[in-house]
Design a protein around this ligand. Structure first.
Ligand code: GLY
Length: 409
């Protein structure tokens, strides 16, 4: 049975998780899936209005036993606070509905103060680029640009030039035994690349590249699966150890960690066009794809010995589907086709009754796992799964539209 502790979902006995079913991409209807997301966004807004709308309270998770969002305040230590504004921006991109835009602007605004306060940790990228980044991309509002530029400078204060990476968790230096960098941090380099291109300091680009190179050197095992955390000597920069925080074991393949690596190195290749990053993105992808279960949604950790009874992580599937829809465009036609095919299968599976929240709850997806070792958010709906799911659907819609245009030429 699940027990609820103010938003933490704790597991106290084994559960039956979703069954493993083979999928084909044929069942995927992108427009239908986007319409479904739109309907769920409206259900979420209705819940928030019923709870007397507070634009600083962000939907975070829904336990498998629950039917409404558990919300958290948009504070600097709530790393997920940018995803709900990001979902709204994507919904606005999908529909151009001005009412959704207004909601996106209001939730986004509650994060603005983070551009004016010292960095709490590396999550500034998730917080501000999913919200303000998408907002600027879709509106060109110069105030949004200024907020992102200021936040990128703040994130850069965590960079240690002796190590060549950003300190992901300043609060955990003592506990982990040194300068720590987590794989998730790769995603937050995107804001640095963006800032360097949009009026920020060129050194932000250099920091992002150096972080990606250092991570590539130390954070991966010979089979290209990654550690969640790498610990370094802050003075000499020497690599001390690789370990886990949210995975099953130090040397296991934690699904979302590997997903961040796939997404991260794809993005770094886009920003640098350096072939070594493309080659690496493919290698970290292939080890993940080769070990997926039949339905293309990973167990929360590929090495959990309780598989096939272990919980899944739909969020990792969403992140990877979105990443592959970008990566496929950088690869030769065979490799690209296989990545696109895999992404479509992931989205078909996530859109099936096995993973859709449907009428049960207003999230897009069920069956994500947040922090299994802490007993938190296991087999739940989690907002970042929804964020990357709608991002992936929009990427696929764009690819399909481009193909339609080509077919008319
Ligand atoms: N950034 C934390 C996570 O992926 O759960």
């Amino acid at each position: 049975m699940f027990k609820l502790y103010s938003g933490l979902i704790r597991i106290s006995m084994p559960l039956l998780f979703t069954s493993c079913v083979a999928v084909t991409a044929d069942t995927l209807d992108v427009d239908e899936a986007l319409d479904y997301c739109g309907a769920q966004v409206h259900r979420t807004l209705a819940q928030l209005e019923r709870d007397s709308m507070d634009y600083s309270m962000m939907p975070r998770n829904i336990a498998a036993t629950d039917t409404v969002w558990h919300c958290r305040k948009s504070t600097c230590d709530e790393w997920c606070a940018g995803f709900w504004p990001g979902v709204l921006w994507y919904e606005y991109e999908a529909t151009r509905d001005e009412k959704i835009k207004e909601q996106a602007e209001k939730f986004t605004a509650s994060l603005e103060y983070l551009s004016r306060t010292p960095a709490f940790d590396h999550d500034l990228g998730f917080l501000m680029f999913c919200s303000y980044g998408n907002g600027y991309r879709l509106t060109g509002n110069p105030k949004f640009r200024d907020v992102i530029l200021a936040t990128a400078d703040t994130l850069a204060t965590l960079y240690n030039p002796h190590v060549g990476t950003i300190l992901s968790w300043p609060r955990n230096v003592e506990m982990l035994g040194g300068h720590n960098t987590i794989m998730d941090n790769m995603i937050n380099l995107e804001m640095l690349f963006w800032a360097a291109k949009n009026g920020g300091d060129r050194k932000l680009y250099d920091i992002a590249v150096k972080h990606a190179e250092t991570t590539m050197r130390h954070h991966f095992r010979p089979d290209y699966s990654c550690y969640h955390v790498a610990v370094y000597d802050p003075e000499t920069g020497a690599f001390i150890k690789g370990m886990t925080h949210q995975g099953y074991a130090d040397d296991s393949m934690w699904a979302r960690g590997q997903a961040w690596a796939i997404y991260g190195y794809t993005m770094v290749y886009r920003e640098t066009r350096d072939p070594k990053f493309l080659d690496f993105a493919c290698k970290v992808t292939d080890v993940y794809l080769n070990r997926l279960p039949e339905d293309y949604v990973p167990y929360w950790d590929f090495d959990d010995p309780t598989i096939p009874d272990a919980p899944r992580d739909a969020s990792a599937a969403s992140v990877v589907a979105s990443a592959l829809l970008e990566l496929q465009g950088y690869c030769d036609s065979d490799k690209g086709r296989s990545y696109r095919d895999a992404a479509e299968k992931m989205l078909a599976s996530l859109g099936s009754p096995s993973y859709r929240s449907g009428d049960k709850r207003p999230s897009f997806l069920d069956h994500s796992t947040g922090h299994h070792p802490a007993g938190s958010e296991i087999d739940a709906s989690i907002i970042y799964a929804d964020y990357y799911y709608i991002e992936a659907l929009l990427r696929l819609r764009k690819l399909n539209n481009e193909l339609d245009v080509l077919a008319t030429l």
